[in-house]
Design a protein around this ligand. Structure first.
Ligand SMILES: [Zn+2]
Length: 97
């Protein structure tokens, strides 16, 4: 099953398109068991619909070749995937998808 993370605008609701990932209490990227779970979490957290519209729930798109963790599309320009466990960005040819 696909894991999911949530990306949101860094400065809240602005025309700024820079995104950051939603973090958990330990400062790690909050990982959800599925996109549906991420949606329920945001709803339960009382996120306003208007704010929700600016957030992106990203589904995992592969498995890290190094550590086996789910890979997500990178927010860094020029890179395709990133692994939160290795804390690295990857080009597509570096990973199995
Ligand atoms: Zn990894």
């Amino acid at each position: 099953m696909s894991k999911a993370v949530v990306a949101r605008p860094i400065d809240g609701i602005t025309i700024n398109t820079n995104l950051e990932f939603l973090l958990d209490d330990d400062g790690e990227v909050q990982m959800f068991g599925s996109p549906e779970q991420a949606g329920s979490f945001l709803a339960a957290a009382g996120v306003e619909l208007e704010e929700l519209r600016h957030m992106t729930i990203m589904e995992s798109c592969g498995i890290c070749r190094k550590c086996g963790s789910p890979l997500f599309k990178s927010l860094s320009p020029g890179y395709t995937f990133q692994c939160f466990t290795c804390d690295e960005d990857f080009y597509q040819f570096e990973q199995d998808t």
